[in-house]
Ligand binder design. Structure first.
Ligand SMILES: *Cc1c(COP(=O)(O)O)cnc(C)c1O
Length: 460
């Protein structure tokens, strides 16, 4: 199994290459050369043990180039982050409506599943090559926390995390800044998430850093991240017992939703995919109006979805255009240069055939947190509320599974406003308060970021 790029990069890379590169050399995203067809019984595997399912899927996508040991270690880690008391964490709310709790990992958010898996795989890939790696990542909160927890103490990896200063929740910040690990640097950027993402994109192509060794990203542009999110779609669908359930996914960079798309593409029991976004709704606008426009991100309660240029949209465009790298490159080059692009009616229709999308307001998000408690007895986070609101708005006869992406106690202020009482915090959260924080503050400036990263790497 080899990987190619969405913008025409064709020198085949195996999984290890795609994992360590992050982006293709021409700035595109890695995708499998062709979509694999499982030789095993996918339905049966989906209903079996989660670790076994993950292992089968990793091997299907060529992760076995890293050796059986690495695959097993990765599968075990992601299984530990996924299960709730040893079970698939699916809860039935009412007929044809379930919620999948993806927050039983170390940072209480769904990004743990992919990140816990990425760490052993990355270490194995580096050990194989005898190399070290500088990982840079932009985070609106959860990615950074999950990455710090997963990579802290890694022998082969130095990790630098950029988050928008003051725009992540206190718990998210503490989960990053209280980890004492020499190989981790937290940078608070005076700007928004897209500023952080821009900095990371620039760092990845910065020549003076390349000479210092490998540099890559753990953002959801990384194929390895996506892969860690495919198995839970299949396991949840199997546990629901429904035929081709619709999945409603709270969406920021479209990584999670694209993982669902992959699950469907390889023949999994995944039905319609719906991306629910907050007021930062460039993706919804692109799909429903045909105009893809970059705007200043606004702050919402579902802060991990405050994304205006969803990176994985490029993978969807590549697929919806019939894997046309020329179309994809032209579109994202224009978007990169001008911040706006008009989709052809054909492309827009093709996109609509793959996924639907809708925007959920802050008021509806808040009202949905209240409703979830009063009607279903569930305390949910703002991201989950965005998805549940979209699901209830769409609700017909089709079975629906709503992805619940974070523990409500990670976002106590908004949840308390909605419910009138504070969500109960687990020990994993209360234990963070009072610990020493380590954080470097920096302007939203690429040159400054290069200097910061260089001095950190050299100091190590
Ligand atoms: C990252 C995140 C999302 C959005 O996931 P994408 O893969 O970026 O679409 C949703 N909810 C929470 C809690 C997150 O951390």
């Amino acid at each position: 199994m080899n990987y190619i790029g969405t913008r025409g990069f064709k020198e085949p890379r195996n999984f290890a290459g795609a994992l360590l590169d992050g982006l293709t050399p021409d700035g595109g995203l890695y995708v499998p050369e062709s979509w694999p067809v499982p030789a095993f019984d996918l339905k049966e595997a989906s209903a079996g043990g989660y670790g076994d399912l993950t292992e089968s899927l990793l091997n299907l996508f060529g992760v076995n180039v890293l050796g059986e040991h690495a695959v097993k270690a990765a599968a075990a880690k992601t299984e530990a982050a996924f299960l709730r008391n040893g079970e698939v964490p699916l809860t039935k709310l009412e007929d044809n409506l379930w919620i999948l709790e993806l927050y039983h990992g170390p940072t209480l958010a769904f990004k743990d599943m992919a990140m816990q898996m990425m760490a052993p795989l990355t270490d194995a890939a580096l050990a194989q090559r005898g190399e070290k790696l500088t990982l840079v990542t932009a985070t609106s909160g959860d990615t950074g926390a999950a990455a710090v927890r997963a990579f802290a103490g890694s022998e082969h990896v130095k990790l630098i995390v950029f988050h928008p200063l003051g725009r992540v929740s206190p718990v998210q910040r503490l989960q990053m800044t209280t980890v004492e690990a020499e190989n981790v640097l937290n940078v608070g950027v005076e700007g928004d998430f897209d500023d952080c993402q821009k900095i990371v994109k620039a760092l990845l192509t910065e020549p003076s850093l390349k000479t210092a060794g490998l540099i890559s990203s753990v953002n959801s542009i990384n194929w390895g991240r996506l892969l860690g999110q495919v198995p839970y779609y299949l396991a949840a669908a199997a546990k629901s017992g429904a035929d081709k359930p619709e999945f409603v996914v709270p969406t920021g960079n479209f990584g999670d939703a694209f993982a669902g798309w992959v699950g469907r593409k390889i023949g999994g029991n995944v039905g319609h995919l719906h991306a629910a976004v907050n007021r930062n709704d460039a993706l919804n606008q692109a799909i429903n109006t045909g105009r893809y426009v970059r705007r200043q991100a606004v702050e919402t309660a579902s802060v991990s979805m405050d994304v205006q240029a969803p990176s994985n949209f490029e993978r969807l465009v590549f697929e919806a255009s019939g894997r046309n790298a020329e179309t994809t490159k032209a579109m994202f080059d224009t978007f990169g240069q001008t911040g706006a692009v008009t989709l052809s009616p054909e492309l827009q229709n093709a996109l609509k055939g793959e996924v639907s999308a809708s925007t959920v307001s802050e008021e509806t998000t808040k009202a949905t947190i209240k409703l979830a408690y009063e009607k279903y007895g569930q305390v949910i986070c703002p991201h989950t509320a965005v998805a549940l609101a979209a699901a209830l708005e769409r609700k017909g006869d089709a079975p629906q599974i709503v992805l619940s992406t974070a523990h409500p106690a990670k976002f106590p202020a908004f949840v308390t406003e909605a419910l009138g009482f504070e969500p109960k915090a687990p020990d994993a959260i209360t234990d963070l308060y009072g610990l020493t924080e380590t954080l470097t503050e920096a302007p939203a400036d690429v040159a400054a970021a290069v200097t910061t990263v260089k001095s950190f790497i050299e100091w190590l």
